[in-house]
Design a protein around this ligand. Sequence first.
Ligand SMILES: [Mn+2]
Length: 374
Amino acid sequence: MSTIISLRTKWTTNITALKIIIGLWFHLTNHKLLSSLPLMRTINDIFPLLDKPVNIAITTHQKPDADAMGSSLGLYNFLIQFDHDVTVISPTNWAIWVNWMPGAKKVIDYELQKQKAEAALDNANWLFCLDFNNFDRAKKLAPKLAALKCLKILIDHHEAPDEQNFDYGVSDTTRSSTCEMIYDFILASGYKDKITTDVAECIYAGVVADTGSFRFPSVSANVHRIVADLKDKGLLHTPVHEALYDNFLENRLRFIGNVLLNRMEIFYEYNTALIAIPKSDLIKYNIKTGDTEGLVNYPMSIQGIKLVALVIDRDEERKWSFRSKGDFDCNAFARKYFEGGGHFYAAGGRSSDSLPETVKRFKQVIKENESQLQ
Ligand SMILES: [Mn+2]
């Protein structure tokens, strides 16, 4: 009896709390809409400006992956054909296995060449922000990007874009990759003839990487049509796959073996797998930027697994990656518990807690999410 009463009290309290939250939400969103008007203009509005040479900077998120680098260099190789002065700036270093991309040697690493990067940014008439939508993801470069007065253009497919920071742009979470959006941008601009094999290789690499080689639900008929078109333009796809996936050193494979054997825990009651990697493993196996890419996908191959979480003990923080299947929303989960976000089926997060502390918290919060994990 007392259990029923206390449950009922809890339920009533929950409903009241929910009403307050909904009320607040309406209040806040209306306020935000009013204060941030006008939002960014459609990307199509810059097409008439494309053939007038200007200085252009292109940047992307920290530790750029194949989609971030592929979209930046795909756009770079397109824009240089108009005699624009184009500079690609990465907030940090990147995996050596994207160095094969045409133009990669000219990319400036902000952390290594700060002055050169800032000079290019100060000279820029336009700034393209690709594969991220919030300056925070550009790490130490973020304040510089925010302070720039040039035209800012967003092309991105992540949740919750910071639209008030951009003059023009397109944000579409239904897109498989930013590379798919770069292709559509070029097509819509009317300059399809400028999709060279250099452009095609960069775009294809990002599409392959962000779709898990064409397997994720975000792969639409449009994605396959793009690839068919790139093939018609002379794209050789096999060398791109080899450059992306057959381009590692022995130590990375030994490291993966160790991780799967010793660092993976399975919680069958929550259909969840967890991999927690201590710093000592990174040192022992000489792990470099990009070597842990894709690791989070391995436990997905276990029957019934719905959520995979990977946490790595990096110098400055603990970095989380999440992948899911079915109806489990990684983006909402990462936002709520681990200061992150991303997409429905793939998201990232962080924690300043120690590795054992953040792992402990993860084990608590999957209990809270038990019903969604069934
Ligand atoms: Mn992407």
